[in-house]
Design a binder for this molecule. Sequence first.
Ligand code: GLU
Length: 414
Amino acid sequence: MDSYNTFQVAQKQVLEAVEILNLNQATRDLLIWPQREFKFTLPVRMDDGSVRVFHAWRIQYNTARGPAKGGIRFYPDERSDTIRALACWMTCKTALLDLPLGGGKGGIACNPREMSERELERLSRAYIRATAPYLGIDKDVPAPDMYTNPQIMAWMLDEFETITQRHHPGMITDKPLQIGGTEGRRDATARGGVISVREACNTFGIQPDTFAIQGFGNAGQRAALLHREMLGGGKLVGVCDSRGGIYNPDGFNVKELVTYKLTHGTVKDFPGSKAIDRDAVLELDVDVLYPAAMENAITQENAARIKARIICELANGPTTPEADQIMNANGLHVIPDILASAGGVTVSYFEMVQDSYKYFWEEHEVHESLDKKLTKAYHTMIEAMREKKVHPRMAATVVAMARVAEACELRGWV
Ligand code: GLU
């Protein structure tokens, strides 16, 4: 991964948006860089008694519209430029969804699959001891991301509250329900994606009858279930995860497939499926494709072979700029990550609101509020697309950057 410099890609996108918006030089110089970056070394005692030193980051990209917001990844090949890019895209997401938040991201270079539960707990707590001065509901609010989950958020919350000796449930989101989490957070990213697909289908008169999913983690699994539930059916014909791909032209039984994945750790060899290449899943002739794995899955190598009419980017940064151009030229509708995957952070914001009020919503209230926000953002993007005559990703970036720039200006920063 990252033979591609993801941050250069993000900077280029911001620059293009800034030019379309005709913003001044100072705004441009401000928006193409993170506002604050923190880099830490975390010594952690391992189960065998040895100490290992982990490298960790927290980057606050822009806080003009509100506290930084974004997940923490546990990923072996973590590096600062990837986190910078992801923090930039979080800034775009929160602005596009019109949430009173900025953008940030964090990460630890580690392989959680090779660590015990206790080691993960010690690492999570060490991360909070290092970052605590810079976190808080009014400063910067983390959440899960790749290979992190609500249990890790619970340890992090506990460490923060131990340090500060007060309750601060809103300092982190996607916590377990029992300690201040919200209903509807676990499927929020997928739900947001499916809402955007529904709006795209209505706007362009497309029937979402067949679909494929690349990556079958939390977002992929829930998208499979929600696509059928919210769009009135649809056959899931292809799926892959890191171990392989499977195909069934008649459609998989999604519930059985999810159970199979949870028990076997992979979709490979699911009964009644034909084994296919992992990458072949991206190229299936379907109505909707959900890239739900990680960065740079669709590149100039395979973009011309993508046949789906709608590409719903549930992962962050799954498409390289060259691939984006190819798919746009081929008339495919790419719903960009900063919209398609923004359901998670939107419900995170609802969680912060509930934590502040100490009053919790019912699940249907979360779903309805998410639907309103996502639907509005989708149509704002389509309007900008038509007005500025640009493709969806640039339209979404332009809307977001205009809002961030306005906040910077109002504060007298530029
Ligand atoms: N990690 C998720 C994302 O990339 C959610 C972030 C959040 O809830 O703050 O959008």
